[in-house]
Every structure is written in C-alpha cells, then in structure tokens.
Design a protein around this ligand. Structure first.
Ligand SMILES: [Zn+2]
Length: 229
C-alpha cells in the first residue's frame, strides 16, 4: 500500500526529522519543498529560463516564491513520484490554502494526491509544540556543513554524528525571524488544518515535544504499521 503523509506544525516542531525517519525506516520519498526549490532555481542547466531567473531572485532575497509556480512545480514532481510507485512524506507542503486546495482554475496539491494515491491513503499529522519550544529549538538548531543533516538542539559538541563534519548554526534562525515564521504559520498554514475538516479529512494531532523516536512510533501507529516488539 502506497501512502502519503503530510506533516504540519510550527517551525521546530520536528517535521523534517519525522519525515527523515519515515524515509530511512520505511522507504518514503521525503519531499522537502524548500530543498527541492533551492536545487531547481540553482540548476546550472536552467539559468536561461526567465521564470527560473525570476524565482531565483525571490529565493536568494529570502522572499516567498510565486505560489502558482510552487504549486505547479510540486504537482509535476508528485506525479513523477506517484508514477515511480513510491510512498511520499511532505515536510514543507502545502504552506498556503492555495497550495493545498488550488482555485477554480488550478487543482491544489490535495486533489492531485487524491488522484494518484486515493483519499484513504492520505494521512495528515499535526505536530503540536509550544511556541517556547519552537523558539528554543530553532535558535539552537545546528546543521551539518557536509551532509546537511539537522542535529537535535541538545546535541553536544560541534561535530556531525553521521559524518563528523563541522556543524553550524543556520543564520535564518534568530529569535526575530522565528517570530515571523511562527506568525506565518498561524496566519497562512494553520487555516489549512481547519479547512481539511470541511473536506472530511481528520488531522492526527500528536505532541512534538517528546523524543523523535517516540513521535515516530506514534506516527507509524497512525499509518497502520505493525509494531515490532
Ligand atoms: Zn554530516
């Protein structure tokens, strides 16, 4: 059975970590929208494309990308992943109501997923953390300069546990920018969760404050995996 998992939550709620765990443990394709978009706008073979040029300027300036372009890009990619027969987990999409549900001219991500995967195989997980935890985790988060793996906020030392590369602090993650990102989440992303109810989807709310492996076990249970003792 091929599944789709959409993980939502504040910045620092552990979306990326949980998506990675599903990818490593269960073979899901981890669709990290931010990373995918960064790669495509910096692809040397695409630099003559005026649309890529436009989006690259937005990306490099730290601005939000054009929602129609993002949706179109995500839709195309999702169809390829579905064709390849892979389960998929999203850690950064959809971010806006438009991305999720589209409008009268454009089908949203959820409609596309329903076509490729069937509605009953689509799962929504909401990782709930307090704003204090979100700010703490984000301001203390370190990323490996080599393999790009984010490490837990309480990781001791400055070496990556996977490849021993140097860890660094992301410059985006200052208390001020995190506040902005938290507001963005409340105003633009959270309405998706409310809207899903109207589309007869249930959103599985779990606490994102426990250890990642414990959250992972709860996620597997929601997805219907048998637990190994
Ligand atoms: Zn590393």
């Amino acid at each position: 059975m091929k599944r789709v998992v959409i993980i939502q939550g504040k910045p620092g709620s552990g979306k990326g970590t949980q998506a990675n765990l599903l990818s490593w443990a269960k073979g899901f394709f981890h669709f990290d929208t931010g990373k995918e978009v960064e790669w495509i706008v910096h692809d040397p073979h695409k630099q003559s494309d005026p649309i890529i040029q436009r989006e690259r300027i937005l990306w490099d300036g730290g601005k939000l990308m054009t929602p129609e372009w993002v949706l179109n890009f995500v839709t195309t990619k999702v169809q390829e992943i579905a064709k390849a027969g892979l389960s998929v987990v999203f850690s950064g999409s959809p971010r806006t109501l438009f991305e999720a549900f589209g409008d009268k001219n454009t089908p949203g991500l959820i409609q596309t997923l329903e076509k490729s995967y069937e509605r009953e195989n689509i799962f929504f997980i909401f990782l709930d953390v307090h704003s204090d935890a979100s700010i703490f985790r984000n301001t203390n988060r370190k990323v490996c300069s080599i393999c790009k793996i984010p490490v837990l906020a309480n990781h001791p030392g400055d070496k990556c546990p996977i490849c021993a590369g140097q860890l660094y602090k992301r410059v985006l993650d200052t208390p001020e920018t995190i506040k902005v990102r938290l507001e963005e989440f409340e105003n633009r992303t959270k309405p998706i969760i409310e809207e899903l109810g109207k589309h007869n989807y249930s959103v599985n709310k779990i606490s994102g404050e426990s250890m990642p492996f414990e959250v992972h076990q709860k996620v597997l249970k929601i997805l219907g995996y048998e637990m190994r003792k």
